[in-house]
Design a protein. Sequence first.
Length: 153
Amino acid sequence: MSYEVRVITNEIKARMLAAMQARDAVAKNILGLALGEIQTAEARANKALGDDEAMAVLRKLVKSNEETLGHAKDDAARTTELRREIEVLSSLLPKALSAEAVMEALAPVTEALRAAKSDGHAMGVAMKHLKANGAVVESAAVQEAIKKVRSSP
């Protein structure tokens, strides 16, 4: 198992213990679920997950809860619980760059973005550059940055 994943797993376990001691059932349950999902993914892959893969598992859980939140508008208790779960999981993830920060990160490839045949091609150029530099981004922020870059002279 890689060092990074052990750090993430250990962080989840430490937060679970703190949640148990604080009698925070929501945090304890969602952290236990996250740990279980990571371990299941490792068992299915028959190998330790890399840092990106473990983060993808956590992002998948956040996205699932956000989708469920959209359907649980009438249930105030469930909505509160889902928001708390999203908050707990999101605190484990690195913060994504804002659209402005993405624009700054894309400065070296601005001309390539403007020369791209379509927004989709520009998105590919942008994502390749951002991933090569280890940037954590959300596609909506990248799309917004691309629109601004391609529309400016």
